[in-house]
Design a protein around this ligand. Structure first.
Ligand code: DP6
Length: 385
């Protein structure tokens, strides 16, 4: 019996991946850049186990057994096995997989990136794969290739038709910009969403703006972002982050029929961030949205208390006592001065529009957990309860 357990981070893109040039291989139409978040607040944890007595491959996700006959899952397992250097017959043993997220799926945060990065990392050790595994994680979910590393990460679109050069590389580790902080604003949303995969496919088929973005905007912006990160130029970083998020959502609206992921609350949050940056005469906070209404803020640690105070003023918490409004050791917000509030030209929202906030920072890439107590599968290969 062989068993491996590891964790992998969630990542939030600052230059977005939106659109594939090859659906089957998951090859993007542009480079993208993201930061991997600290696993203490958000991560996937996966145990993989292979054993000669297992009858079939099986997978449990967040406590429920799911079908293993999922094309993306299969392609990840297949690619790992193909590159594995095991030659003792063990490569033929069936595998059991158990994976959980340490954050509620109801938070509406993309978990597939962390999940596929974690699965690929765990399987890579089980099957002794020694090469870069970002291209394998990519075949599970495109953005997963960026969660294979910590810090700031760039996914190079590559030119090879087979995708061998469509890989992720770390730009800088988390320690390069230790002052950077992230606040995730979780917004209530009961709408049925269009998945990123379907949304971007529809954009590729119908949006002219998408083509313009990939050919003319991202190539320049990605280099500027890369440099802004290396030089820790927050103002530039923030401006590019905001512009790129808005351009991705403009492409979504240019799609036919349109995909609209943002709600009135998401727009009210971005209005507040612009009004705040305007009031303090500096771009102190960046916002970005993925394929959903939750907003992610990037900001520097020294500005956190004031911004939390401003957020709490304009988006007061709801009355539900059971909801922890602030998660992840967020320093309590300082009450903003009357002078500052008078300069922020924004409407105060009714309580409860932001369900809760998650405070975190940039973190490391996947980690193997050696302590047997960490395994999610017992000796027989079934989930530990
Ligand atoms: C909006 O990686 O979830 O989060 O490759 O089809 O699995 P698939 O899509 P996915 O797309 C993520 C898109 C995004 C932007 C980003 O993370 O770059």
């Amino acid at each position: 019996m062989n068993i491996v357990t590891c964790t992998a981070p969630v990542n939030i893109a600052v230059i977005k991946y939106w659109g594939k040039r090859n659906e089957a291989l998951i090859l993007p139409i542009n480079d993208s850049i993201s930061a991997s978040l600290d696993v203490a607040q958000l991560c996937a944890k996966t145990t993989v186990m292979s054993c000669p007595t297992f009858d079939s491959d099986r997978i449990w996700l967040n406590g429920r057994e799911e079908s293993i006959d999922n094309e993306r899952l299969q392609s990840c397992i297949r690619n790992i096995k193909r590159q594995g250097t095991l030659s003792t017959g063990m490569e033929k043993w069936k595998v059991h997989i158990c994976s959980i997220n340490n954050f509620p799926t109801a938070a509406g945060l993309a978990s597939s990136a962390a999940g596929y990065a974690c699965l690929s990392t765990a399987l890579a050790k089980l099957y002794k794969v020694n090469n870069d595994i970002s291209a394998i994680a990519r075949t599970g979910s495109g953005s997963a290739c960026r969660s294979v590393f910590g810090g700031f990460v760039r996914w190079y679109m590559g030119v090879d038709a087979e995708g061998t050069d469509s890989i992720a590389k770390q730009i800088v580790p988390a320690s390069h910009w230790p002052e950077m902080r992230i606040i995730i604003l979780v917004v209530d949303d009961l709408r049925k969403k269009i998945s990123s995969a379907i949304g971007m496919q529809r954009s590729v088929q119908t949006s002219e703006l998408l083509r313009y973005r990939a050919e003319h905007c991202v190539p320049k912006r990605i280099e500027e972002m890369h440099q802004a990160i290396i030089h820790k130029n927050f103002e530039k970083f923030a401006e590019l982050t905001i512009k790129d998020s808005n351009q991705m959502h403009a492409v979504c609206l240019d799609t036919y029929p349109p995909c609209s992921y943002l709600t009135d609350v998401s727009h009210a949050i971005s209005d507040l961030i612009h009004a705040y940056n305007n009031a303090v005469h500096s771009t102190k906070v960046a916002y970005t949205n993925d394929a959903g209404p939750n907003t992610v803020l990037y900001l520097l640690e020294k500005n956190v208390p004031e911004i939390v105070g401003v957020l709490q003023h304009f988006f007061p918490p709801g009355n539900d006592q059971n909801i922890d409004y602030i998660r992840g050791n967020l320093p309590s917000g300082i009450i903003p001065s009357k002078n500052l509030l008078s300069k922020i030209k924004c409407e105060r929202q009714t309580p409860g529009q932001i369900k809760y906030m998650i405070y975190t920072r940039i973190g490391d890439g996947p980690q193997y957990l050696e302590d047997p107590k960490e395994h999610l599968l017992d000796n027989r290969g079934f989930p530990v309860h």
